[in-house]
Design a protein around this ligand. Structure first.
Ligand code: NAD
Ligand code: UDP
Length: 347
């Protein structure tokens, strides 16, 4: 059985589905602070199998101990965490406590239970402001400019120290580039709270008429059209990379770092045009000053994951946007307002 912390969230719910489809039993631990129980119900519907779900906090050691005692957990995928950059600047301690202390509590409980295989959600943000593209795993980590990024780097370092101290640990640090998209069914996807910080959820809300226009943060970067360039990756490809990492970690030990990206960059204006094409809607935008802390461009060298995991992203930008748009159309207000089970699930 695989314990998936944060399994009700955006990436976690897609991972739970992929694990179930691959035949794994899954236990989800999530406090639902940024997600909905509905995501799990929909995953169960898509997989045709139930999920063991426990509402609880990853920092709760007694709860973790009880879960490891009660379920035959063989490995952990650790998604639970807080991820809003701006919020992390305002509430740094909450971020360090959840993302760093939460990871420590989890590892303590794992060690006590004799479970040593862990896949950790890290981020390309740990590379900081590097100008050498593409970014390979050899690229030194930088100095993340906000507590969110720092918390990811700190958690990575905690896990490295742990693996150095005890050869039984087998840990994958997966550095995500920019996950977007949704499951092709349109039943699970990203459901941000309040005003979205990230480009794609914001653009989707403009396309569907929930917001007037997109603010493009800067068109004077040293990029082909002046707008920021990122490596967007389909969330289903991303979680497939997690399954390959989980398998790989079964016959190796120590800490392994793998970038999860496509290796291709797209600018904000390219994203706008591509979503206009996929959705048939016009996306109004205006150019605004650069967003503090943003880098001009960032894309991955994904070759290590290909050579060591046999994994690479397969879905192109059009598929990412078509799937995201389907999710948006079918769930215009995400899970939160739509408390009713959709017709497809009721049958
Ligand atoms: P998300 O907010 O949708 O999912 C995180 C889940 O963790 C949520 O369901 C939330 O309720 C749960 N959670 C938060 N604190 C918890 C706690 N103390 N105890 C138990 N559950 C808790 O975010 P996501 O986009 O699915 O991200 C998953 C992971 O991937 C996070 O660790 C995030 O930092 C990392 N990551 C995300 C991105 C991205 O762009 N989405 C990029 C890089 C890394
Ligand atoms: N961006 C933008 N308007 C928005 C949100 C993002 O122009 O409302 C730009 C941002 O400056 C960056 C790109 O879109 O160049 C991706 O931003 P996002 O926050 O999604 O990812 P990150 O910056 O964390 O890689």
């Amino acid at each position: 059985m695989i314990l998936v912390t944060g399994g009700a969230g955006y990436i976690g719910s897609h991972a739970v589905l992929e694990l179930l489809l691959a035949g794994h039993d899954v236990l989800v631990l999530d406090n639902l602070c940024n997600s909905s129980r509905q995501a799990i119900e929909r995953v169960e519907y898509l997989a045709g199998r139930p999920v063991n779900f426990v509402k609880g906090d990853v920092r709760n050691r007694p709860l973790l101990n009880a879960l490891f005692a009660a379920y035959p957990i063989g490995a952990v995928m650790h998604f639970a965490g807080l991820k809003a950059v701006g919020e992390s600047v305002r509430e740094p301690l909450r971020y360090y406590e959840t993302n760093v202390s939460g990871s420590i509590a989890l590892c303590q409980a794992m060690a006590e239970a004799g479970v040593f295989r862990l896949v950790f959600s890290s981020s390309a943000t740990v590379y900081g402001e590097t100008s050498v593209m593409p970014i390979s795993e050899q690229c030194p980590t930088g100095v993340p400019t906000n507590p969110y990024g720092q918390s990811k780097l700190m958690a990575e370092n905690v896990l490295r120290g742990l693996a150095n101290s005890d050869p039984r640990w087998s840990i994958g640090l997966l550095r995500y580039f920019n996950p977007i998209g949704a499951h092709e069914s349109g039943l699970i996807g990203e459901d941000p709270n309040g005003i979205p910080n990230n480009l794609l959820p914001y653009m989707l809300q403009v396309a569907i008429g929930r917001r007037k226009e997109l603010n493009i943060f800067g068109n004077d970067y040293a990029t082909p059209d002046g707008t920021g360039v990122r490596d967007y990756i389909h969330v289903v490809d991303l979680v497939k990379g997690h399954l390959r990492a989980l398998e790989r970690l079964e016959d190796t030990t120590g800490v392994h770092v793998w970038n999860l990206g496509t290796g291709q960059g797209h600018s904000v204006l390219e994203m706008v045009r591509a979503l206009e094409e996929v959705s048939g809607r016009t996306i109004r935008y205006s150019i605004k000053p650069r967003r503090p802390g943003d880098i001009a461009q960032c894309w991955s060298d994904p070759r290590k994951a290909w050579s060591e995991l046999g994994w690479r992203a397969e879905r192109d930008l059009r598929t990412m946007l078509a799937d995201a748009w389907r999710w948006q159309l079918q769930n215009p207000r995400g899970y939160t307002v739509e408390k009713k089970v959709p017709a497809a699930l009721a049958s």
